[in-house]
Design a protein around this ligand. Structure first.
Ligand SMILES: Nc1ncnc2c1ncn2[C@@H]1O[C@H](COP(=O)(O)OP(=O)(O)OP(=O)(O)O)[C@@H](O)[C@H]1O
Ligand SMILES: [Mg+2]
Length: 373
């Protein structure tokens, strides 16, 4: 199941969750400001941003642990803004999965329905169902300390499922696992989430995690939403400098647009030279206009030819770092701007760029993206 671009899901479907302009102030400090978001059935949405940008506060408002100062929260079509946490059917998983250590897997998974006073037969049936979904049948009598980290996480998810939650909320759920296990758990949870079709909101400050797992990413900064889009949209078409920088290494340069009837559009970057555009950089482009652009390191190539007009930007290789699948060339452009270029290491590739050698940095077609002001 692949939910979505927003347009395709809107046809005939209702969002599972709607945040309508929610804000949260702690005293004078606005932790979250007018955040709006719709989460569609089966969708995996990540809230991504630097520390302190309001991700956890937003998630806690969805879960009902804190009340918004302003705005509405709609779950399954019902306004739950004033419904207490224990009566919302959203399942929140924190960084530590907070399984009850003294209880068995059975006790942990059955906790929700049991507390709601369901009969023991019904509780047992829910436990069996939830454990089969996370493929942990046969683990009923183990305690959390007899399980691997990944298994504990699956028990925690089973507990959410058994409690009847219509959404899964994850706060930095993978951040205290070692790198290998983290990658495996991300894959497992995503696979499980797709199989169950349960709408999920993940809070993370890890770009790669958000890119790898999400249908859409909400980039937050200082309590506000900077951009919402698919992983590809936020990575390749950032709508602000903040998003461009936050989503990955980006080389930035500015200059003056020029247009030459025969050769097309260029950005004159002064001492570093010219960047040629395949097409007008934007619909209202005017010669003489000042522009800021960015380029991802993996969208650039290096050549030993020093560029004249249209052949890229001139610079000197300051450092080359070998990273296995690729090398990173640190280039100082003429005029002093630092650039990074990723060079894929193929079986035949040679070390062809000597330190202090003069090079041209040439953007691949479509690599140059205009930065908004
Ligand atoms: N109960 C509280 N009282 C006062 N201020 C708070 C409270 N909870 C959070 N804040 C503040 O609100 C802001 C947002 O906090 P939040 O926990 O949402 O950040 P975050 O994006 O989850 O960050 P991190 O990635 O570090 O977990 C921070 O400046 C934080 O200090
Ligand atoms: Mg947090």
């Amino acid at each position: 199941m692949k939910p979505p671009s927003q347009e395709s899901t809107q046809a005939g479907k209702k969002p599972v969750l709607e945040l309508k302009d929610i804000s949260k102030a702690f005293g004078q400090m606005n932790a979250v400001e007018r955040v709006s978001l719709e989460v569609w059935p089966g969708e995996f949405v990540s809230l991504l941003g630097p520390s302190g940008c309001g991700k956890t506060t937003t998630l806690r408002m969805i879960a009902g642990f804190i009340a918004p100062t302003e705005g509405r929260i709609i779950l399954g079509g019902n306004d739950i803004t004033n419904v207490p946490a224990y009566r919302r059917d959203v399942g929140l998983l924190f960084q530590s999965y907070a399984l009850f250590p003294h209880m068995t897997v059975r006790g942990n998974v059955g906790f929700g329905p049991k507390m709601r006073g369901e009969k023991s037969g019904a509780v047992a049936e829910k436990v069996r169902w939830a454990l089969s979904l996370v493929k942990l049948e046969g683990f009923e009598d183990r305690r959390p300390n007899e399980l691997s980290g990944g298994q504990q996480q699956r028990v925690a998810i089973a507990r959410v499922l058994a409690s009847g939650a219509s959404m899964l909320l994850l706060d930095e759920a993978f951040s205290n696992l070692d790198a290998k296990l983290r990658g495996r758990m991300q894959e497992e949870v995503r696979e499980l989430q797709l199989r169950l079709g349960i709408a999920t909101v993940l809070v993370t400050h890890d770009q790669e995690e958000a890119l790898a797992m999400s249908d859409r990413i909400v980039i937050m900064n200082g309590g506000k939403v900077e951009q919402i889009g698919t992983p590809k949209q936020v990575y390749s078409s950032p709508e602000s400098l903040f998003v461009a920088d936050f989503m990955g290494r980006c080389n930035r340069i500015e200059g003056q647009l020029t247009h030459d009837g025969a050769k097309g559009w260029f950005l004159d970057c002064g001492p570093a030279g010219m960047i040629r555009f395949e097409a007008p950089p934007h619909p209202e482009a005017r010669p003489g206009e000042h522009c800021r652009v960015f380029m991802r390191p993996e969208h650039l190539t290096l050549s030993q030819r020093t560029g004249d007009h249209g052949q890229g930007l001139r610079g000197e290789v300051e450092r080359l770092v070998y990273l296995g699948s690729r090398s990173v060339a640190y280039v100082i452009l003429d005029g002093g701007i630092p650039f990074q270029v990723h060079l894929p290491n193929t079986p035949g590739s040679k070390d062809e760029f000597p330190i202090n050698g003069v090079v041209a940095v040439v953007p691949q077609p479509g690599a140059v993206t205009l930065l908004p002001d």
